[in-house]
Design a protein around this ligand. Structure first.
Ligand code: PAF
Length: 278
């Protein structure tokens, strides 16, 4: 395993692997690793000969009043987990990634302006910015992202297409705790009691899915689910959309996605369920 802190080190490493005809997969992370990240690494291993993981808490995707300073940084344990699991680890600092400062505007299109993009207007711009830079440094053949951040996944796919990048984007399903709670680095912020309350998010989304599959009217079901969510959380949004486009469901919709973002105290939770239209 190679540990790289400099852009040039990781670029050279990948160049060498490419020269040997190796396929390279990349899993970008902000650290605070959990089973969800490990499942992405497993997918990367299946798709490539060499796997690189980056750990970089990207300031560009945090708003002024968000948790950049308190974001869980668990580098030592992350390294223990990665050491025997991947071929390269890239841990740049802010100067390596943003030598000219943060602030480049990237058009994240309509898909980046709805849902989380409405509540966190800086977010997808910051994600697209760092992912484009990381792709330029690492130059992977494959990159793997989690479906928990489903909107992020679509924004990245759209960016790869519009920049004609020769990178195959793969995704991994949400990994859940036994309680149903979607795994997330930010779950570390939850108290024991909050972690129990948080399980209601998935329960309500799952119940909504079951009701939709019984061909009941989506609008009415959505209203009931919103009512239930508000018993436990401050609701940001709940939407039932076409999973490919994140637009309203039409006759051409093959897969439906239920997406929600809620606040539990100061902790923002997001979750989604994707399923075939019945
Ligand atoms: O999903 C994440 O952890 C981050 O948004 C990403 C893709 C690593 C970019 O900072």
């Amino acid at each position: 395993m190679q540990l790289c802190h400099q852009n040039t080190q990781i670029t050279e490493l990948v160049n060498d692997w490419h020269a040997q005809g190796r396929v390279v997969a990349f899993v970008p992370t902000m650290g605070g690793l959990h089973q969800g990240h490990l499942s992405l690494i497993d997918i990367a291993k299946q798709k490539a000969d060499k796997v690189i993981v980056s750990i970089f808490v990207n300031p560009a995707q945090f708003g002024k009043n968000e948790d950049l300073d308190s974001y869980p940084r668990t580098l030592n344990t992350d390294l223990v987990v990665l050491e025997t699991n991947v071929d390269g680890i890239f841990i740049p600092d802010v100067k390596q990634i943003y030598p000219n400062g943060i602030g480049k505007h990237i058009d994240v299109g309509k898909i980046g302006k709805i849902l989380c993009g409405k509540t966190r207007p800086h977010f997808f711009n910051g994600v697209a910015q760092v992912v484009e830079i990381l792709f330029g440094i690492v130059r992977p053949d494959v990159a793997v992202f989690g479906q928990k951040d489903y909107q992020q996944l679509l924004v990245i796919k759209q960016m790869v297409k519009s920049l004609s990048l020769d990178i195959c984007i793969k995704s991994g399903e949400i990994i859940r705790e036994k309680s149903g709670l979607a795994m997330s680095t930010r779950n570390q912020y939850l108290s024991e009691n909050e972690a129990k309350i948080a399980t209601n998010l998935y329960k309500i989304l799952f119940y909504l899915k079951c009701e939709i599959l019984q061909n009941k009217k989506i609008d009415a079901l959505k209203q009931l689910a919103e009512f239930d969510l508000k018993k436990h959380f401050k609701l940001d949004y709940l939407e039932v959309l076409d999973a490919n486009t994140l637009r309203q469901i039409t006759d051409n919709t093959h897969q439906i996605i239920i997406l929600s973002a809620v606040l539990l105290g100061s902790v923002r939770l997001i979750d989604n369920i994707i399923f075939k239209k019945g």
